[in-house]
Design a protein around this ligand. Sequence first.
Ligand SMILES: [Zn+2]
Length: 365
Amino acid sequence: MLRNGYRLPFRLAGIPLYLDVSFLLILPLMVWLTARNLAVLVHQPQFGLDIDAAVFQGLMPLALGLFSVIGLFVSIVLHELGHSLTAQRFGVKVRRITLWFLGGVAEFEEMPRQRGAEAIVGIAGPIVSFVLAGIFWSLTAVVPRSAPSVWIVVWYLGMVNLMLGLFNLLPALPLDGGRILRSLLALRMPHARATVIAGNIAKVIAVGLGIYGLFANLWLVVLAFFIFNAVKSETRQSVVTDLLHGIGVGELMNRDVGAVPANVPAISYRASAFDAFRLMAGNNVGRLIVVDDYGRMAGIITQADLMRALQVRTAGFQVTGGQQAAPSSYAQRPAGDFTPCPSPGTFGYTPVDVARDPQRYARPF
Ligand SMILES: [Zn+2]
């Protein structure tokens, strides 16, 4: 879904900005719903707005709805920029920021490797949202109530930014709160185990949110559904990444090869096993040609090779926490005992990973 987007003709801090098709489709509905909300809000007696009924008629509510929705999505971009700029400080390259119908996504080349860094990157977005809420609510003191249309839009943007920050702090992967929780858990345990625990917590929260949403707001049911599905792909990808961490293609490849089809994708013997995993999944192939520094064929690597490495690492991880003695070199190195996670990652105010790149990451062997 997020592969098909319209790229805006500018960059923010060097990061390209995309509008997903789903965002463009949901936009008119959001403007209409927001206009309806504002029309109700503006008459709330606690605001003390001196509103002339004639002002809030015709196209006026729709115009205010449009301004509000634009303000909302600018706020979401700033939220994602908060994650992105923080990640850049940890040396992570940010591929793009995309707006889609459930919010925003910042897509990284990899998660920051430093201990606790994911928590810092995770909290940066909600902090931006809370600061924006403060700014908008400060503005309500400046904007005269004799301009009720402007006042209500400013107040509304303060409100949605507060909600944005709070909702994202739900400790449910892949929301920011879930990432913060996993990062903090990983300070005390292997990263793979922290992912599994955070994933289970996320599923419980998603079910609770879904049941609550049935009685309160059907939009929450949609969100719960996405959290539940996204967390499955998130944990699967993260665990595979952890287990393959530190293993090179050169360690797993078969050198004794006869003939191979000419159209099979190639990978360098210096690449990581996880790169091979991604390349196979992305191209829907079961084997890759391994090439040396001069582009000559050095061997092949297959899904079975990767599966074997995963099994050995899994056994070591479960039985001894990674400190097992096994004949091959990669098995002797600890898997899951490291905190940093080199997996590609996203930060979004809503569940995103399942939609981000399902062809590439969500497919098991
Ligand atoms: Zn966020």
